[in-house]
Design a protein around this ligand. Structure first.
Ligand code: GH3
Ligand code: MG
Ligand code: MG
Ligand code: MG
Length: 312
């Protein structure tokens, strides 16, 4: 991570993974003790389409990046009472902030200080004097690469959905948030009925296509703010926010019907499939694992009492 940016490597990344990247504006956290610097740089970055937050109290950094997501941190090196390298060390001690890009911005010309900054978790070093015009492209590239890396780590390669681990993490995070706001939420587990037959009859590539279509249909079926994951092979999970199990039942009952009407193509022969769905929810203060286990139990019941149905 702390290697200096190699342009050839970046071209490779962009060519191979460009299609998976979203074009949301970069969200940048600017850290500097000097209000004038904060004003000038935030204006520059905003003029280039970025979302910018400023922080003049570097010791509040962890609190700040815990509370909101940032694509990148641009940080001054010399600040009263501390310095950027110390702050970078603190950031890197937190597992969930290991990969956020940190760019140092400083008038420091001493190469050994710059090396030290890199060694302790900085990704780049930009001189306030000479390289200002390099800042915007550097941020863009760093943010793009970080997004690609995150997507490779968090998402399932076949469907693009959150993978098992990151789905669970997101559920834990969203449950904590929902518990604070008191809003209800549900987890649904969705499993394709007799999916093994698809592979056995038409081969794995056709099975893969079914999973891809199911994933896409499901993402479009639920709200943008809901969280959809590929929980296991042909098992999908959804966290539905701000909604009751009864409402979820209605929404997913329509999904079940719709899915059963899709005609898949098995080497020229058409076939259809069904899903079974288990729903659990509204359990305030419950752990992510508990809620998922409850939905899984409901799914098991749906399977054992005939499939192609929902159980709460
Ligand atoms: P049930 O109705 O009880 O859910 O039966 P099932 O056949 O759907 O379930 P089972 O667990 O017996 O089989 C699931 C199959 O899903 C087995 C596995 O080979 C297949 N599978 C898992 N991941 C993938 C994948 O990524 N692609 C394809 N094509 N098949 C997969
Ligand atoms: Mg300073
Ligand atoms: Mg199945
Ligand atoms: Mg299964």
């Amino acid at each position: 991570i702390s290697d200096p940016m190699d342009p050839a490597e970046l071209v490779y990344w962009l060519e191979h993974f460009g299609g998976q990247m979203d074009d949301k504006p970069a969200s940048v956290l600017l850290v500097d003790d000097d209000p004038l610097i904060l004003a000038v740089y935030s204006e520059l970055l905003r003029a280039n389409g970025m979302n910018v937050a400023v922080l003049s109290e570097p010791l509040a950094i962890i609190e700040t990046i815990d509370r909101a997501f940032f694509d990148i941190i641009i940080m001054d090196l010399r600040m009263p009472g501390t310095d950027g390298i110390e702050i970078a060390k603190i950031i890197r001690q937190h597992q969930n902030h290991l990969s956020i890009p940190i760019v140092f911005l400083s008038s420091e010309e001493d190469k050994s200080v710059q090396m030290r900054a890199r060694r302790f978790g900085g990704d780049d070093f930009i001189s306030k004097r000479s390289e200002l015009n390099a800042l915007v492209p550097l941020i863009n590239l760093r943010v793009k690469r970080a997004r690609v890396m995150r997507s490779l780590i968090e998402r399932d390669g076949l469907t693009g959905l959150l993978n098992h681990r990151s789905f669970k993490e997101r559920v834990g995070y969203e449950i904590a948030r929902a518990s604070r706001t008191g809003l209800p939420f549900c987890v649904a587990m969705i499993d394709v009925d007799h999916f093994k037959k698809v592979n056995d009859t038409w081969g794995h590539p056709v099975g893969d296509q079914v999973l891809t279509i199911l994933a896409r249909t499901l993402v479009r079926w639920v709200r943008n703010t809901d969280v959809v994951g590929r929980y296991g092979g042909e098992e999908f999970a959804v966290l539905l926010l701000d909604t009751s199990p009864e409402a979820v039942f209605q929404v997913l009952e329509k999904f079940r019907q719709h899915f059963s009407e899709i005609l898949f193509d098995g080497q020229g022969e058409q076939f259809s499939l069904t899903v079974s769905i288990g729903i659990a929810g509204n359990a305030a203060n419950s752990e992510a694992a508990t809620l998922i286990a409850e939905a899984d139990r409901a799914l098991y019941l749906a399977k054992n009492t005939g499939r192609n149905q929902l159980v709460i």
